[in-house]
Design a protein around this ligand. Structure first.
Ligand code: AMP
Length: 394
């Protein structure tokens, strides 16, 4: 905790600068996925109901401090007005905002990254932004791993609080890792060890159970002597994998690696495959690949989940985009979802592919919380203090 929410702020008649993440996919000038827009509605509605005047601050794309017309937030305006059910005043420039006599009821400032001061976290630029409001509200958890003027410096210049989405993210993440109900476990899957070293190192010091899946599990098995043919694996990280196993043993974290896998010669949907046992002595042919965990592993994972009170999930347990290599991910996700639905587990998941995999399993709705933040969720799992969150605590 240590941060304030909208409940702690007096908003009546106040100009509220709200940092949101509406960096949504756009094709031919139309928003193709409104998830991020939909998720900020509770915050904006709440501020309006409390008599505040929200001015939304947001980035779109990477214009690198220059005005790039293709990256104007104006193209997001129709989708935003639709989600909020009311008109929004679009403010073209910071200068125009500064020149305004009256603050509009609800407004959106043009792409904040058109200004070089934003990504530089320039205090003078943040002071200009702060002059536009009385209160600052950060609802962009997914941008909180960046120390930018509209996420960091501004929070130190005004009374600051978390918006509803940020509040939900922080509460879920704090419940899952800062002070979890034990035993606490994690599933870490996905392609590569190399992208998740810091995360694995942080987790083994904190968890009771670590389930390693996906291509990353191949690297762990191969580090112990398994010869896994054409499987995705990273020989440069065999030592890292061994170090992580040693750290886990020292800190009393049980590591569960696959004991069997689905092996195929083709990385494609419906490819011929068979189940093989996996251990230190496994020897695959040169053209064989492990693409998913097998049935014995699924059974082990499910029974390991039953002993847990808290579960964190990042990354699929196999090549889930190409069935049947989604089998382990789907089965494990459904088991966690059922336990959560029954009130026996707190399950928190995050990361781009993870959200897609859990949706595919039909498990997402029953998880306690699904974070849509990619980089910020991973940095939080790495144990890093996110600058945007630290500034809210200051
Ligand atoms: P990441 O972005 O690190 O979470 O990795 C997700 C990707 O890992 C997905 O695209 C999966 O298809 C891929 N993946 C998981 N397991 C395997 C595997 N055994 N072989 C090849 N790719 C895999």
């Amino acid at each position: 905790m240590g941060w304030k929410s909208l409940d702690d702020m007096d908003l009546l008649g106040k100009r509220v600068l709200v940092r949101v993440d509406i960096n949504v996919p756009v094709e031919d000038g139309r928003v193709t996925d409104t998830t991020r827009i939909d998720r900020i509605v509770p915050t904006v509605t709440d501020i309006l109901q409390k008599g505040g005047k929200p001015m939304l601050l947001a980035h779109f794309g990477r214009p690198k401090g220059k005005t790039v017309p293709d990256m104007s937030l104006r193209q997001i305006l129709p989708a935003l007005q639709n989600a909020l059910g009311q008109d929004i005043t679009f403010i073209e420039t910071l200068e125009a905002a500064e020149a305004m006599q009256d603050t509009p009821t609800l407004s959106l400032l043009e792409n904040i990254r058109f200004y070089p001061g934003e990504e530089a976290n320039d205090p003078d630029f943040a002071a200009r932004l702060a002059d536009l409001g009385d209160v600052y509200c950060n609802d962009a958890f997914s941008a909180a791993h960046r120390a930018h003027a509209s996420t960091e410096a501004i929070a130190r210049a005004l009374p600051a609080c978390a918006g509803r989405l940020m509040q939900a993210e922080l509460s879920a993440l704090e419940a899952a890792l800062a002070a979890p109900e034990r035993p606490v476990g994690a599933v870490v899957g996905g392609a590569k060890v190399s992208t998740k070293i810091a995360l694995l190192e942080n987790l083994v010091g904190k968890l009771d159970l670590l389930v390693i899946g996906g291509g990353m599990a191949n690297t762990f098995l191969a580090a112990q002597g398994a010869q896994l043919g054409a499987s995705l694996q990273e020989p440069d990280y065999f030592d890292t994998a061994k170090d992580i196993m040693a750290q886990a043993e020292k800190s009393g974290c049980r590591v569960l690696l696959p004991v069997d896998g689905l092996v195929s010669k083709a990385f494609k949907s419906g490819a011929d495959h068979k189940v093989i046992a996996l251990d230190n002595g496994t020897k695959l042919d040169d053209d064989q690949m492990v693409l998913d965990a097998g049935p014995d592993t699924i059974a082990l994972v499910k029974s390991a989940f039953e002993g847990l009170k808290t579960l964190i999930w990042n990354g699929p347990m196999g090549a889930f985009e190409i069935p049947p290599f989604d089998t382990a991910t789907v089965a494990a996700a459904r088991a966690a979802a059922a336990q959560t639905k029954a009130g026996a587990l707190i399950a928190v998941a995050g990361g781009g592919d993870t959200v897609a995999a859990l949706n595919q399993a039909g498990a997402a709705d029953d998880f306690t919380y699904i974070s849509t933040a990619g980089g910020a969720f991973l940095e939080w799992m790495e144990g890093k203090e996110l600058p945007g969150v630290a500034a809210l605590r200051a």
